[in-house]
Design a protein around this ligand. Structure first.
Ligand SMILES: C[S@@+](CC[C@H](N)C(=O)[O-])C[C@H]1O[C@@H](n2cnc3c(N)ncnc32)[C@H](O)[C@@H]1O
Length: 258
């Protein structure tokens, strides 16, 4: 049993590397790039979404479930939500949303993550897609995990996007940071920093699929005088299961002081 599963992980990893190598032959990169070029030697899966022309690489422990964010990706793909804009993505994972923003015409994206494999993964995908000079991926530390801990005080973005962890629970391992946001600290610090990092009237686009998180977001926005809006979704929060898919797209807008 163990030999079979070892064999199957080995063949999956081999297939992943072979596919990435094959892909790289058709990518705009001058030379082939594989995860080994950036010092990553564990398993790689290939995953796709309709928004991007090539599959993305997914490294071990890095989150993947595009059912969290179909409305956010569709909004970026079909409207001017990010076109010509500077975007900050908090909690980038594979780099999926930052890549979709750049694909949709964002001029520049800064993407953060607390999982070191996600930081490598998003940088790798950025390079694979030819976005390396428009995508900056930054490592958040466990010691200082607030939403803007690695964003300079004077840095401003036109739009902030995130598919943050949804459940109010303490993560026990690095991959659980994709799912759990203890006391909703990431959510609260993300909201606290909006006036400093967005222009007046600017907005954050957030994906959540958890009733508790969405109700908390709504009340935390009200406390801060922000406008909270559910975007194009008529599902009733009081009739949904505690956690649900696809995720709901929430827009948080700052007061326009001009
Ligand atoms: C639900 S996953 C979303 C990943 C990606 N945006 C996507 O949609 O596929 C949440 C991500 O947030 C990251 N994360 C959790 N806490 C964080 C923090 N304090 N700062 C930055 N990233 C964090 C996790 O490591 C994970 O990659």
């Amino acid at each position: 049993m163990q030999t079979t599963s070892l064999f199957s992980s080995f063949t999956t990893a081999l297939a992943g590397f072979a596919a990435l190598f094959f892909l790289s032959l058709f990518s705009p990169l001058p030379a082939a790039i594989t995860p080994a070029h950036i010092g990553y030697h564990s398993e790689v899966r290939l995953v796709s979404v309709e928004d991007l022309p090539l599959p993305l690489a997914q490294f071990t422990t890095v989150f993947w479930d595009p059912r969290d964010t179909p409305s956010l990706r569709k909004l970026m793909r079909l409207t001017d939500a990010v076109k010509g804009k500077r975007v900050l993505e908090i909690g980038t994972g594979t780099g999926l949303l930052a890549a979709c923003a750049l694909q949709a015409g964002a001029t520049h994206a800064v993407a953060t993550d607390i999982n070191p494999s996600a930081v490598l993964n998003a940088r790798f995908n950025g390079t694979l897609f030819g976005f390396a000079n428009r995508l900056e991926v930054r490592q958040v530390t466990l010691a200082q995990p607030d939403a803007y801990a690695i964003i300079r005080p004077e840095e401003r973005f036109d739009v902030i996007i995130s598919n943050p962890p949804w459940v109010n629970r303490l993560p026990q391992s690095i991959d659980e940071f994709a799912l759990y946001d203890a006391s909703f600290r990431l959510m609260r610090t993300l909201l606290d920093g909006l006036p400093q990092h967005l222009p007046p009237g600017g907005r954050a686009l957030l994906a959540y699929g958890c009733v508790d998180a969405i109700k908390t977001l709504r009340s935390e926005c009200a406390k801060r005088g922000y406008t909270f809006r559910v975007v194009d979704d008529d599902r009733d929060l009081d009739k949904l299961p505690e956690e649900f898919l696809p995720g709901m797209l929430l827009e948080v807008t700052l007061p326009d002081r001009r």
